[in-house]
Design a binder for this molecule. Sequence first.
Ligand SMILES: [Zn+2]
Ligand SMILES: [Zn+2]
Length: 343
Amino acid sequence: MNKGVRLSEKWFNRALWAVAIIFAWFLTGLGKSIIGDLPRVETDYTTEHFVNRVKIDPLRSELDTLSKQRQTLGDHLEQANLQLTTRQKDYQAARNTLENWLATRDVTKLETQDDELVHRTQTLDTLKARERNAEKAVESLRQKQTDIYQRETALQQQIGVLEAAARKQLDEAYQDKVIRVFMYRLLLTLPLLALAAWLFVKKRKSQYWPFVWGFILFAVMAFFVELVPYLPDYGGYVRYLVGIILTVVGGKYAITGLQQYLEEQKLAESQPEFLRREELKYDTALQRLSKNICPGCERPVDLKNEQNDFCMHCGLCLHNYCSGCNARKNAFAKFCHKCGTVA
Ligand SMILES: [Zn+2]
Ligand SMILES: [Zn+2]
């Protein structure tokens, strides 16, 4: 990254940061789609995949047959009930007629009617017998119905046991699948993170830095954000462990960087003043001075005080005098601001 002080350069840098962010955004969108589509690699299992077919199929077909039988039986029972009601009514009607007839006979006292009494009583007996038959038919049908119910319950229990076993297997298969799917995602995102780390160390200052930073943002998002919805129960461990490792490595890198910087500063400050000034970049020096910081040792200096020509910390010359007009000028300026003489 170039930290220039020219106005256009500043705006170009901002635009390049926008490029980095847009690049990261598109990469993240692509990564999200790929990560989201990964489970399609796997088959979707149901209980039916694990149920013991050899055992459950005969049970199920028997249950089917029984259910059909039960329906037919229900129809028959309805018919039998209707018949029973009719026969009960027939008998009741015949009985009432007989009672009436007997009452009439008591009044008229006609002995010749005995034969008819016998005949009528026989008819009544026949009707009673038919009613009883209908009752028996209903009872027998009810008995069959009860048998079917009991058999159905027994079958359903057996099927339930087999299905429960299959469900257990399904759960296990599902757990395995979750782990596999997580592993696919991990295999996809972890190398991205490693590549991002490598790019950060080696390429973050290259002229293509917007793409490097875009990729780093994307990799971090993919691992720490996109992966979250797919984590299995122990996935948090993986996530935090990788986070800890990255932080430790990054922290170590920063500490080493600081040590190195301090060493370099020490070495630089021990060199002659004019050599140090040569090594400083023009834009960097101006930028630091504008922040009231010594360009050499990066410690704060009071530039408003006209007496301060040198840094009181490292002795670097901050202001000198023009060879042409003797005006006090910035020691890093390439030309005198008053007369334009080359410094
Ligand atoms: Zn200094
Ligand atoms: Zn001058």
